[in-house]
Design a protein around this ligand. Structure first.
Ligand SMILES: O=C(O)C(=O)C[C@H](O)C(=O)CO
Length: 271
């Protein structure tokens, strides 16, 4: 597990491209047969990837970083399968996940990942209460239609955990799928002063990239992002992107609250 410290907006403004990538991009989460993660001090989120291959992988405790005997002793977890069919075992109960299906796991549970074709993206955050494990089937979530083809930002927002329907302490997550022919996500952009957000871009072709925009609205920077790479957006940073081909992305947030609508739109004039 890698540890990243919190950042200030001005550090992003003056960072070199390499510094910016070292601080905000999480590039190598998915390695066959392994579980990898990054702990960010931004709202103390853990961002991880588990690729079980032919075996079964336990969610590591990472006791030296989390200070607990088990990963979820003081945390809750969101999982999304970004590969082929697989399953997640929560306290002995098996949950089958197809591509882009999600799973919420509450505080205190033990988790293991399996499935030869599966690749699990996960995010955990501090939890003050315990809620039951819940399967969030991509097919059964009614998407919200956003944007338009004329603005090249038509997309479907699948909200898995967003402070309504499913109870969580602070974690919100879901998937946004960009429509064919559109390129933009999250445009016009927004900020949320009370939460950190992490995007993980998925379903990009090998040669495609997303140009991810970050920074304070008047001082934007960009990161060039590949398939299955994540980007940390601290509360002071916009988070939007334009892709060179089709893609989807997983968004996950944690912080002061789990109220999806607690955000401030940014006017295009202010960019
Ligand atoms: O495409 C979008 O717009 C999103 O998916 C927005 C994210 O859900 C988000 O940034 C929530 O704060």
């Amino acid at each position: 597990m890698q540890v990243r410290y919190s950042t200030s907006p001005t550090s992003a403004e003056t960072a070199t491209t390499a510094d910016l990538r070292d601080t905000f991009l999480v590039p190598d989460l998915f390695v066959n047969g392994e579980v990898h993660a990054t702990y960010t001090h931004e709202d103390r989120m853990v961002i991880g990837g588990a690729v079980p291959g032919t075996g079964q992988l336990d969610l590591p405790a990472w006791t030296d970083v989390l200070g607990t005997e088990s990963h979820l002793e003081r945390r809750e977890l969101g999982v999304i399968n970004v590969g082929g069919a697989g399953h997640v075992i929560v306290d002995g109960e098996k949950f089958e996940l197809e591509h882009l299906d999600g799973l919420y796991v509450g505080r205190g549970s033990e988790v293991a990942f399996a499935g030869e074709e599966a690749a699990f993206y996960f995010v955990s955050a501090s939890a003050h209460a315990t809620y039951p494990a819940t399967l969030l089937s991509h097919e059964q979530v009614e998407p919200v239609a956003l944007g338009s083809p004329e603005a090249a930002n038509e997309r479907s927002l699948f909200r898995y955990a967003w402070g309504q329907d499913l109870e969580t302490s602070v974690l919100q997550f879901g998937v946004t799928v960009i429509a064919d022919g559109s390129v933009w996500n999250t445009f016009p952009p927004h900020l949320h002063a009370r939460r950190t957000e992490v995007y993980c871009y998925v379903d990009l072709a090998e040669d495609d990239r997303v140009f991810h925009f970050m920074g304070q609205p008047g001082h934007t920077r960009h990161l060039v992002v590949r398939n299955r790479q994540a980007v940390i957006a601290p509360p002071w940073s916009i988070h939007a992107g334009a892709g060179t081909g089709s893609y989807a992305f997983i968004w996950a947030m944690a912080g002061e609250n789990n109220c999806y609508t607690d955000l401030s739109p940014v006017a295009v004039d202010d960019l």
